[in-house]
Design a protein around this ligand. Structure first.
Ligand code: SF4
Ligand code: SF4
Length: 121
């Protein structure tokens, strides 16, 4: 029998520990800030803790959207699955070469980019 809760099956588990990027990923998560409600449901699911609210000085709204620290993302897609299962559908997974072309940014194997400290998109 189909239950109203079936939709919530296959929601990823919360990480038991936070790790960090060790190689350049094949995919990168990008938040559609116009679609993100800022609910932060995705934040605790990220295994590398690279999702954070956009600073309030960028968005003068009480609940800002979240953003990805793109150079820390390992491309696991967990945040996109959580968002589409639990709340909305505000995270796209881009192929890394597509991300690099679109944003004119070269990703590397570590979370520390050569141009300074990690930045947010
Ligand atoms: S779960 Fe989706 S809507 Fe909620 S903060 Fe994350 S990206 Fe935004
Ligand atoms: S895909 Fe999402 S959950 Fe996975 S590392 Fe990137 S931002 Fe975090």
């Amino acid at each position: 029998m189909v239950s109203g809760y079936d939709h919530y099956k296959n929601i990823p588990s919360l990480p038991t520990r936070i790790t960090e990027k060790k190689k350049k990923p094949k995919m990168v998560a990008v938040v559609d800030e116009d679609n993100c409600t800022g609910c932060q449901a995705c934040v605790p699911f990220c295994p590398v803790d690279c999702i954070a609210p956009v600073p309030l000085d960028k968005y003068e709204t009480p609940i800002p959207p979240v953003q990805i620290k793109f150079n820390e993302c390992i491309g696991c897609s967990i945040c996109a699955r959580v968002c589409s299962k639990m709340t909305w559908d505000a995270i796209d997974m881009l192929a890394t070469h597509e991300f690099e072309e679109s944003y004119q940014i070269a990703l590397n194997d570590t979370k520390f980019p050569p141009y300074g400290s990690p930045m947010c998109n």
